[in-house]
Unconditional design. Structure first.
Ligand code: TXA
Ligand code: MG
Length: 290
């Protein structure tokens, strides 16, 4: 299913065999927890046993949107969703097709849809339907569907916030920034490395086949990812030239895929300066460059 961040590989989050297929299609280790998606924010209480006030504030401020909350789980959140942890990750995505799918599922009695990014484990998240087809086409069956939702608007995965202690902790950077979280909750945000497992925080992740290097000199025949203000030297393959950091985030994974489609061996990315979304972009580029 499309979402505003990246496309997700969706299955009924209460159905162990449906979720087992997610792991099989992704080729992901079974102890990596999944995000549960729903359209009705009230369903948070079906999945989460404890929702602190500040988590409610975040839900009100940023759902539907590119933010995932990690909360103490209820019994509904099985080990096959949480990887055996006592927490569950939940999100209301801000994409009309996703919201329609989820609300129709909820009208049929569904409670949530588990959806990791629709890429093979460790690879680049897809941000349009043809990227999903390229990633997973070989692993899907005839009855599986890829829902068309256009290009993902945000382009990088949701911000993940651990809401299991007194104040919010950032587990994965994204479009909802620390500053926005503080503004919505009145609390400061910590980034202490959490003991909770986040597969997106494995050092090597989001990696294309091309070698990605950061802020180095780009040579003829190599790919270049940079803001528009950066000129393209002769014989360099310009992959994207976004005008701002929003555009950079939106086009980044497309650029990494394009590098592989063109068979490039080396890609130079000029990292954007600043905090907030720029920091999230640098985080993804660092992982892609391992
Ligand atoms: O933007 C997104 O979040 C996309 C779209 C499809 O919603 N989904 C996504 O899912 O990025 P995935 O599985 O690729 O990444 C989810 C991350 C993983 O790193 C996982 O470890 C973490 O969320 N996660 C899931 N449940 C967790 C939990 N209970 N505690 C800590 N981290 C959790
Ligand atoms: Mg992923």
């Amino acid at each position: 299913m499309p979402t505003e961040t990246v496309y997700g590989l969706a299955a009924d989050a209460t159905n162990p065999s449906a979720v087992a297929r997610i792991y099989a299609v992704k080729g992901r280790p079974a102890d990596h927890p999944l995000i549960v998606h729903f359209s009705d924010p009230k369903l948070i209480n079906s999945w989460a046993a404890e929702v602190p006030d500040y988590a409610m504030d975040l839900a009100k401020a940023f759902w539907p949107g590119p933010m995932t909350l990690v909360l103490r789980r209820t019994d509904l959140a099985g080990d096959f969703i949480t990887g055996g942890q006592d927490t569950v990750a939940v999100r209301v995505p801000g994409h009309p097709v996703a919201l329609k799918l989820l609300s129709e599922f909820e009208q049929l009695g569904g409670l949530g849809v588990a959806a990791p990014s629709a890429n093979r484990f460790g690879k680049v998240s897809p941000t349009n339907s043809s990227a999903v087809q390229a990633e997973l086409g070989d692993y899907l069956d005839a009855e599986d569907m890829i829902l068309e939702g256009g290009d993902s608007e945000v382009g990088i995965e949701s911000t993940i916030i651990d809401c299991t202690s007194e104040s919010p902790k950032l587990l994965r950077l994204g479009a909802i920034t620390a500053e926005m979280i503080t503004q919505a909750t009145g609390l400061s945000v910590s980034r202490a490395p959490s003991t909770i497992r986040v597969s997106g925080s494995l050092a090597s992740h989001y990696a294309p086949n091309a070698k990605v290097v950061l802020d180095q000199v780009v040579l003829p025949g190599e790919g270049l990812i940079a803001l528009e203000s950066e000129p393209t030297p002769d014989s360099v393959i310009r992959l994207i030239a976004p005008v701002d950091v929003q555009g950079y985030a939106q086009q980044l994974y497309f650029a990494l895929r394009q590098a592989d489609a063109l068979g490039l061996r080396r890609v130079v990315a000029i990292t954007p300066k600043g905090d907030g979304l720029a920091e999230a972009i640098r985080d993804r580029l660092q992982r892609a460059s391992y």
